[in-house]
Design a protein around this ligand. Structure first.
Ligand code: ADP
Length: 158
């Protein structure tokens, strides 16, 4: 059984993330979605809220499990017996930081590889930050996030 981990801040999960998870499910037998705190970003939802939003999509999916991630991703991967990390790529602009991160992870754990999946072109400009900005501006985010995520964003802003 080939398992992979898709880690990120998912604050909140967008249709771009969902697209990557669905693509990963087509390649791997099982996908762990690991929700982490990103020190460089201010959190909007708590880790538990983000997990619950992801579970709102995948909780009945036997190929997906979502958990919080504390500490090093490679330690978590080794604990789960997983040697493949998934990251999504939107545009060339993602490459620098992803390149640096994947080589750092390889330095920390040489047997763990990162697999990059290209998003659908219609999500190539989409990010959690953009969605939050649009919600603040009261724009329609219908096409960018699942409907329960849209409701949660609106509720959080009240
Ligand atoms: P992080 O803070 O770890 O970058 P994100 O939630 O922003 O967490 O992103 C997690 C992963 O999902 C990253 O690999 C990122 O490039 C990817 N990603 C984010 N948005 C999209 C999108 N619209 N399409 C495909 N991949 C995406």
């Amino acid at each position: 059984m080939t398992k992979a981990i898709y880690a990120g801040s998912f604050d909140p999960i967008t249709n771009g993330h969902v697209d990557i998870i669905n693509r990963a499910k087509g390649i791997f037998d099982f996908v762990y979605v690991a929700v982490s705190h990103n020190l460089n970003k201010t959190a909007f939802f708590t880790i538990d809220e983000r997990i619950s939003l992801i579970n709102g999509i995948f909780k009945d999916d036997p190929k997906v499990e979502c958990n919080g991630l504390e500490g090093l991703l490679v330690d978590y991967a080794q604990k789960k017996g997983v040697s493949i990390l998934i990251r999504g790529l939107r545009a060339v602009s993602d490459f620098d930081v992803e390149f640096q991160m994947s080589l750092t992870n390889r330095e920390l754990a040489p047997k763990i590889d990162t697999v990059f999946l290209m998003t659908d072109s219609k999500y190539s400009y989409l990010s959690s930050s953009l969605v939050k900005e649009l919600v603040h501006l009261k724009a329609d985010i219908e096409d960018f996030v699942p409907s329960h995520v849209k409701d949660a964003l609106k509720e959080k802003l009240k």
